[in-house]
Unconditional design. Structure first.
Length: 410
């Protein structure tokens, strides 16, 4: 039997977690007071009632909370603190590898450059890493150390209201077609994070494309992702969250996506909108086979999808069931720890309880999270790290008296 205690003890990854969606609510309140940011309430209970709810009516309501979180993330001190606390919150449930994603341009201003934003976030993550790994060495623990990477998010679309940076770029190019401007900003981000990575050694491991999907196609950002591809940045793309399989196909074929964020509507014929696709079932079959063959990993976010899709009645109806049946490469993630009021352990328990997962299934998904991570160091070091995770997992199976089943390894 897979217990909560077993899941809690297991070494885990979180490959899809947004920094601005994962603050401690107490920190949000404190920073808002200090920085004069107006909130609907300055109590935890009040914010739970009005903003960060048990459930949401739709994506629009879900996204309202980000206006408040981003508003307190415009100085190095707050960025460092929020990153540091996210690392420790993750470590508290034994997440040993974390890939934190955020859009640097949402936090830039005349007083804060892209490099300063990235350095501040890295400083918080690095401090938590040092504290935890020093403690691990002192305790002579054979469990895997904490590692992390940073993923920079480009935005599919934006307005001048998004941040001082986006306000400036829209004012500078008043006659540029909007979709072209979106691509220009993404290319500038790709160039910027690559330069910062090469200059500072910060573990910037990937480029993401986030934001409104429907009406804002991936093809607008091809040049940016080509640049990332040629400069050895990995690629993950939010796709299939608010649009259908065509969006996922674009992400893989045009943006070189190594992983797909959400992929929620991959298997949904009703979400295919291209009139040229006449045999929708066959299109989905071929795309799913292509994804399986290429081992493009889908970053599944169960609670987040339940929060944003009013037609999803329960977790048990999530397409993860069919993804699992098709043997697609998947990893379980939180998306937004605050907004979805969740943890990796909770998401894994939901998967176990709702999809009849055995220990072998659970082990495969967890190990694959480590394998398909954008690990920031040498591939040989990654293999050693994953082997340590596998060995530690086995020791926990014995400790919790869980049936030991084989899993595909390196």
């Amino acid at each position: 039997m897979i217990t909560e205690a077993f899941i809690q003890d297991l070494p885990k990854t979180d490959l899809h977690v947004h920094l601005d969606g994962s603050l401690r609510i107490t920190t949000l309140i404190e920073l808002a007071r200090e920085r004069g940011v107006e909130l609907p309430s300055y109590s935890e209970a009040g914010l739970r009632d009005t903003v960060f709810k048990d459930g949401y009516n739709d994506l629009t309501e879900y996204l309202q909370g980000f206006a408040y979180t981003c508003a307190v993330m415009h100085d190095p001190e707050s960025l460092e603190r929020i990153a540091y606390e996210l690392a420790w919150d993750s470590l508290g449930e034994n997440v040993r590898y974390l890939e934190v994603r955020f859009a640097p341009m949402l936090h830039m201003s005349e007083k804060l450059t892209m490099e300063e934003v990235l350095v501040a976030v890295d400083r918080g993550l690095a401090r938590a890493k040092k504290e935890f790994n020093d403690r691990l060495r002192h305790n002579d623990d054979n469990s895997p150390p904490f590692e992390y990477g940073i993923i920079a998010c480009a935005m599919r679309m934006f307005t001048g209201a998004f941040s001082p940076y986006y306000k400036k770029i829209t004012e500078t190019h008043p006659f540029m077609p909007a979709r072209q401007m979106y691509g220009v900003a993404s290319l500038e981000l790709a160039r910027g994070v690559t330069a910062v990575r090469d200059k500072t050694g910060i573990p910037i491991v990937g480029l993401d494309l986030a934001g409104a999907e429907d009406g804002f196609p991936a093809e607008d950002h091809v040049t940016a992702f080509d640049y990332a591809h040629k400069n050895f940045l990995k690629k993950t793309v939010h796709a299939g969250e608010a649009y259908g399989a065509e969006s996922i196909f674009q992400a893989i074929t045009q943006l070189h996506a190594d992983r797909i964020g959400h992929g929620y509507h991959l298997l949904d014929e009703d979400f295919i909108q291209d009139p040229k696709i006449t045999n929708k079932a066959e299109y989905i079959r071929r795309l799913s086979q292509f994804i399986a063959d290429k081992r493009v990993t889908i970053e599944v976010c169960l609670s987040s999808n339940l929060d944003t899709d009013p037609t999803l009645a329960s977790i048990a109806d999530h397409p993860f069931r069919r993804m699992k049946e098709l043997k697609l490469s998947t990893t379980i993630c939180t998306d937004n720890r605050l907004v979805s009021r969740t943890t990796v352990s909770r998401e894994l328990k939901l998967a176990v309880d709702n999809f009849g997962m055995s220990n072998r299934d659970l082990k495969s998904i967890i190990i694959y999270g480590f394998k398909r991570s954008f690990f920031p160091r040498d591939y040989r070091q990654k293999r050693i790290y994953v082997r340590r995770v596998i060995d530690y997992y086995r020791s926990l199976e014995e400790k919790h008296r869980v049936e030991i089943e084989p899993v595909n390894e390196y």
